[in-house]
Design a protein around this ligand. Structure first.
Ligand SMILES: *[C@@H]1O[C@H](CO)[C@@H](O)[C@H](O)[C@H]1NC(C)=O
Ligand SMILES: *[C@@H]1O[C@H](CO)[C@@H](O)[C@H](O)[C@H]1NC(C)=O
Ligand SMILES: *[C@@H]1O[C@H](CO)[C@@H](O)[C@H](O)[C@H]1NC(C)=O
Ligand SMILES: *[C@@H]1O[C@H](CO)[C@@H](O)[C@H](O)[C@H]1NC(C)=O
Ligand SMILES: *[C@@H]1O[C@H](CO)[C@@H](O)[C@H](O)[C@H]1NC(C)=O
Ligand SMILES: *[C@@H]1O[C@H](CO)[C@@H](O)[C@H](O)[C@H]1NC(C)=O
Length: 274
């Protein structure tokens, strides 16, 4: 079931693969990807540049932005880096998530010249190559929310309509995200979100979201009532509960934030329309 290609050797690779399977089951973040082959070793100068980015520059250069990309150093040791938070985050929550992701990526990918790491609601990435404005579809990571779907065929159709809409609208939004809500029964509502990195073109954002939807419709996913697909250029999520904040919804109870910015699952009844 793994779609990840690890270049690690021997027992290290096996360990990684096993833990990946359990991560998917338990939805434990962070997910990181930093192949540990010998050609992914960073120079000392590269590490210094990366430290500059991670010790403030990456988040602070623009300041209070929900996504940003910047570089440090000169070729051949220049580091290209970006981060992205979910569209509905406050700057404080975003910064918190980015700081944790930086800590995680330094722990898990120390010394590599290319890596990407996802926490539940933000992503941090760096590389020796210029990936800005470039569609990047590898790796694809995912986590499903297990649960029985009463009418799987109808659910698949609604997912299809949902993603057709998201794939159409998110790329055209200057902030490159869209949400979609549909009734799937008198009692259940499907909440969905798609977001690309802002530097992508309309076409590339659309291509990334299509790749994400292909993962959603893969055979292994049938019967899952929610899920996330994480790709360096975009991410999607859909659930039977509202996991994002919708601005200006009068009377909405609003989801609670955990310290990390991940939402606590409310009981569904809280979200039934009055
Ligand atoms: C490492 O080598 C592989 C195979 O030759 C190549 O595809 C990859 O881009 C290289 N990675 C780096 C970080 O140079
Ligand atoms: C961020 O990416 C955009 C799009 O490729 C690029 O034009 C811009 O120069 C980058 N920003 C920085 C600070 O490097
Ligand atoms: C990263 O590696 C360097 C050099 O091997 C080491 O000094 C440093 O403590 C490591 N950092 C972390 C967070 O593991
Ligand atoms: C899903 O359906 C199976 C078989 O009908 C049942 O055993 C299981 O308890 C159900 N799980 C949930 C979460 O409703
Ligand atoms: C999903 O939507 C696409 C585009 O509208 C359509 O071509 C396709 O047949 C649909 N797939 C399913 C399984 O309904
Ligand atoms: C969705 O369901 C709610 C509650 O049953 C209802 O008020 C609302 O009109 C429905 N929306 C659509 C688009 O059918």
């Amino acid at each position: 079931m793994s779609i990840l290609a690890f270049t690690c050797l021997g027992s290290i690779c096996l360990l990684y693969l096993l833990s990946f399977v359990s991560m998917v089951m338990s939805q434990t973040f962070p997910y990181s990807h930093c192949p540990c082959g010998s050609n992914n070793t960073a120079s000392t100068k590269f590490r210094d540049n990366l430290n500059n980015l991670f010790n403030g520059k990456l988040y602070d250069e623009r300041g209070n932005s929900l996504s940003y990309n910047t570089t440090d150093g000169e070729i051949p040791d220049r580091v290209y880096s970006n981060y992205i938070c979910r569209f509905d985050f406050s700057p404080e929550t975003c910064r918190n998530c980015v700081n944790k992701a930086i800590k995680n990526i330094v722990e898990q990918c120390n010394g590599t010249q290319e890596a990407v790491l996802w926490r539940p609601t933000c992503m941090v990435r760096y590389s020796y190559r210029n990936f800005f404005s470039t569609l990047e579809l590898v790796p694809i990571k995912y986590a499903w929310t297990a649960g029985n779907i009463t009418r799987p065929a109808q659910f698949a159709m609604i997912l299809n309509q949902t993603f057709n809409d998201l794939i159409e609208r998110a790329p055209l939004n200057p902030s490159k995200y869209a949400i979609h809500e549909s009734n799937i029964s008198d009692f259940e509502r499907l909440y969905s979100l798609a977001q690309c990195t802002e530097d992508l073109s309309t076409e590339d954002c659309s291509a990334c979201l299509k790749a994400a939807f292909e993962k959603v419709t893969a055979d292994s996913v049938q019967g899952m009532q929610g899920g996330r697909v994480l790709i360096p250029s975009c991410f999607v999520r859909y659930e039977l509960f509202r996991f994002y904040e919708v601005p200006n919804v009068v009377g909405s109870p609003g989801p609670i934030f955990q310290p990390d910015g991940e939402f606590i699952k409310f009981s569904l009844s809280k979200y039934l329309d009055k």
